[in-house]
Design a protein around this ligand. Structure first.
Ligand SMILES: *[C@@H]1O[C@H](CO)[C@@H](O)[C@H](O)[C@H]1NC(C)=O
Ligand SMILES: *[C@@H]1O[C@H](CO)[C@@H](O)[C@H](O)[C@H]1NC(C)=O
Ligand SMILES: *[C@@H]1O[C@H](CO)[C@@H](O)[C@H](O)[C@H]1NC(C)=O
Length: 363
């Protein structure tokens, strides 16, 4: 009951922070659901119901795989591990690359951030875009319970990719895993379970840091989890991961602190998570324009923490570009900045900017 009390305080805080949420994020074409306060309130009442009536807690939690292709850009085809018939009668085509997007805590495949990823790939070409729905687990107000379940979720995801590989002979290297927040660690754990095989790429969009920053590499995303791992870290202060140990190349937009468009533009999420979703929307822009985010290389993660990257001028020529499709492997730590309105990228010249306070400190 003490926890319920804390949840109520938390929700009251969220309600106070949440303002006008009508604007549609223009990166997505399809139908999608904004992440609303009512939604979080629903989680609280679900938890309350399950505390009062433990029998209502679901026994068997499952993952669902929503397939989208250019033949069905807005209406999902549901795939399930082991269900050959669904796979064979779907629009899945083994000659197209597979891109699996894995949402974070409290996420589900119907959210607008997932739609933004899906729409960007399908605007680009023929892909099997699979939005991995682990909402049986993720729609849970208790984050610690979710953290403990990550290995189990990753195992199910791993089995699904093995099923795709077995049925269609599609190589694992043609599969990219794109995680957001806790979804990054699910991708990493799924990659560990695939050894000695490897997925082609893991894109980690602001991998979650609370809890995971304290864990050994075998319990979280690590560079060895795919042939190439790239991390984009836009919120090292609150929800993100304050280190560069996750990936081969780690990008820190705006020093990983306050994102200039926050809290105003990505109105699909509550204001206090705007920095955390920044990485996701920058990545989406990089799919549409692979030279949108020119970044400069820094000596180490310490240079990010101390705002020490640069070329001695206000504009620096880029040493690499963040994101893109297909991925271009890089190594090291990178800085880039963004505009306060879309398009966010400055292009091939990296603009040096002073750090902004994390959005949470400004709202
Ligand atoms: C799969 O994709 C390839 C290349 O785009 C195409 O030639 C082929 O007809 C597709 N197969 C089916 C069954 O649609
Ligand atoms: C894939 O095939 C291997 C080898 O035949 C088999 O051991 C494994 O169980 C299969 N996995 C799935 C998910 O179908
Ligand atoms: C956000 O919107 C408010 C109200 O329209 C405005 O005062 C503020 O300057 C905007 N902030 C940013 C970062 O654009």
């Amino acid at each position: 009951m003490k926890f319920l009390y804390l949840y109520v305080i938390f929700i009251a805080g969220v309600l106070a922070l949440d303002k006008n949420k009508a604007q549609i994020f223009h990166n997505q074409l399809g139908y999608c659901e904004p992440f609303t306060v009512e939604f979080i309130a629903g989680l609280v009442s679900k938890e309350a119901r399950q505390i009062l009536d433990p029998g209502s807690r679901p026994r068997q939690k499952q993952l669902r795989y929503d397939l989208f292709t250019r033949q069905n850009p807005h209406k999902r085809q549901v795939l399930l591990t082991g269900d050959r018939n669904r796979l064979l009668t779907s629009n899945f085509n083994a000659s197209w690359p597979v891109r699996l997007a894995i949402h974070g805590w409290n996420g589900q495949t119907t959210t607008c951030s997932n739609a933004a990823i899906k729409d960007a790939y399908l605007a680009k070409g023929d892909y099997n875009v699979v939005l991995v729905d682990w909402s049986d687990y993720s729609l849970d107000i208790n984050y610690l319970r979710v953290v403990v379940e990550i290995s189990e979720i990753a195992q199910k995801l791993n089995e699904f990719t093995r099923f795709l590989h077995n049925q269609t002979a599609i190589p694992y290297t043609a599969m990219y895993l794109i995680g957001h927040s806790a979804g990054c660690h699910i991708a990493g754990m799924a990659g560990k379970l695939l050894q000695p095989d490897k997925y082609g790429v893991i894109y980690a969009l602001d991998a979650s840091g609370p809890v995971h920053r304290t864990l050994d590499a075998k319990w979280r995303l690590a560079p060895t989890d795919a042939v190439y791992v790239e991390s984009i870290q836009s919120d090292v202060a609150l929800f993100g991961f304050p280190a560069d140990s996750l990936a081969h190349a780690s990008f820190y937009p705006n020093w990983g602190l306050g994102q200039p468009h926050c809290p105003n533009v990505t109105t699909m999420e509550p204001d206090f998570t705007c920095d955390h979703f920044g990485a996701l929307y920058y990545f989406v822009e990089s799919l549409r324009n692979p030279t949108a985010f020119g970044a400069i290389k820094c000596k180490s993660y310490d240079s990010i923490v101390n705002y020490k990257c640069g070329c001695g001028a206000r504009w620096c020529s880029a040493s690499a570009f963040m994101g893109g499709e297909p991925a271009v492997p890089k190594k090291g730590v990178y800085y880039f900045s963004t505009r306060a309105t879309m398009p966010f990228g400055y292009g091939a010249l990296c603009r040096m900017k002073r750090p902004l306070k994390p959005t949470i400190a400004r709202i």
